[in-house]
Design a protein around this ligand. Structure first.
Ligand SMILES: *Cc1c(COP(=O)(O)O)cnc(C)c1O
Length: 351
């Protein structure tokens, strides 16, 4: 397939104040459509609305998937991507779960690089900032029957985003959720399927009303094992041993999660992927054996957890302060992403 590039003749004004997250979009986007069994009309074009009919299938049954990755620009002006191919491979896995046809990963990765370079003057350079990259696929068949659509749009949009930590790396407060579940084994929780996020909003709102920042999700069947926090994977340090929930079907296989495991293992630190009962987490917090808890995900990279609420009681972790391992993985991963630290893993693509 040929990639067409149609440059805008009306560049937008860049935002001046705080960027926040996902509020501003660059001058261009990548789009291609799927009809009659193939992707076609791949192009980089000016950022613009889609025209879709009210009967368009994604509006009714949520057949859609997405990804999230970032480009960084450092003070030297280098533009760097972090494991972007892993995102596109995961997109295809997610697509397969909801009967969306796969994309050609190498072709799209090449288009993604060209798109980022075309809009590279939008990449912020302040500490902690980045260009958030959002690839998505939506079903666009004009029909109300419940079946896999015959047509789709794949697109990539870019959003310059501010530091996740406006006030430094502050520990977050989690609310352990026992009523609502994010995902069940056999469902779509292992994939970045759009409906998962609508299903998580209610618990998030209720946690916020009680003064917490994020939800700590338990397994869907027994409400006994920890799965994730908000839209992040979770790590615990018990007596110096790092543990994270094993990927048993209802947990999103995070690329940041995988990177933390690979990083720590390369340093000789034991990382166990296992089932983690919430009862052990409570016991650990009470006895002090639980030294650190942190979340991992593209948006925050690493998010230290200061305390969590369970059945009306709050439990502090590590005295409510960020722990040593948390700080180390944060500094190492962000260092590799921005080029402050060498990348021995081959995770970074320099553009
Ligand atoms: C995207 C996501 C993550 C983190 O994945 P990364 O690849 O590290 O960004 C974790 N949990 C959920 C539910 C997610 O959607």
């Amino acid at each position: 397939m040929e990639l067409k590039i149609i440059e805008t003749d009306k560049k937008k004004q860049k935002p001046s104040g705080a960027l926040g997250f996902g509020k501003y979009f660059t001058d261009h986007m990548f789009v291609m459509e799927y009809d009659d069994g193939k992707w076609h009309d791949a192009r980089i074009q000016p950022y613009a609305p889609f025209t879709l009919q009210p009967c368009c299938s994604v509006f009714h049954y949520g057949q859609g998937v997405f990804e999230g990755t970032k480009a960084y620009k450092n003070k030297k002006g280098e533009v760097r991507l972090f494991r972007p191919k892993d995102n596109l491979l995961r997109l295809n896995d997610s697509s397969d779960r909801v009967c969306i046809p796969p994309i050609d990963v190498d072709f799209v990765l090449d288009a993604l690089k060209k798109l980022v370079m075309l809009d590279s003057d939008w990449i912020p350079t302040d500490e902690g900032t980045s260009l958030y990259i959002r690839p998505s696929v939506i079903a666009t068949e004009n029909a109300l029957g419940v079946h896999a659509a015959k047509s789709y749009i794949f697109f990539i949009i870019l959003s310059p985003s501010g530091s996740y930590y406006a006030h430094g790396l502050e520990p977050v407060r989690l609310c352990v959720e026992e009523k609502y579940v994010r995902a069940a084994k056999g469902g779509t929780g292992h994939h970045k399927v759009i409906g998962n996020y609508a299903a998580s909003l209610k618990a998030g709102e209720q946690a916020a009303l009680k003064g917490y920042d994020q939800v700590m999700w338990l397994d869907g069947k027994e409400h006994k094992y920890v799965e994730e926090v908000g839209s992040m994977n979770i790590f615990f340090v018990f007596d110096g041993v790092v543990k994270t929930p094993a990927l048993l079907g209802s947990i999103l296989p995070g690329i940041t999660r995988r990177s933390v495991i690979e990083l720590l293992k390369s340093e000789g630190v034991t990382v166990e992927e296992c089932e983690i009962p919430i009862a052990d987490v409570i016991d650990g917090a009470v006895s002090g054996r639980l030294e650190e808890v942190f979340g991992t995900g593209t948006a925050a990279v690493i998010s230290p957890v200061g305390d969590f609420g369970y059945r009306g009681k709050d439990y502090a972790v590590g005295g409510g302060k960020m722990g040593k391992i948390t700080k180390h993985v944060y500094e190492t991963l962000t260092g590799i992403q921005t080029g402050k630290i060498a990348d021995p893993f081959g995770w970074v693509i320099k553009l």
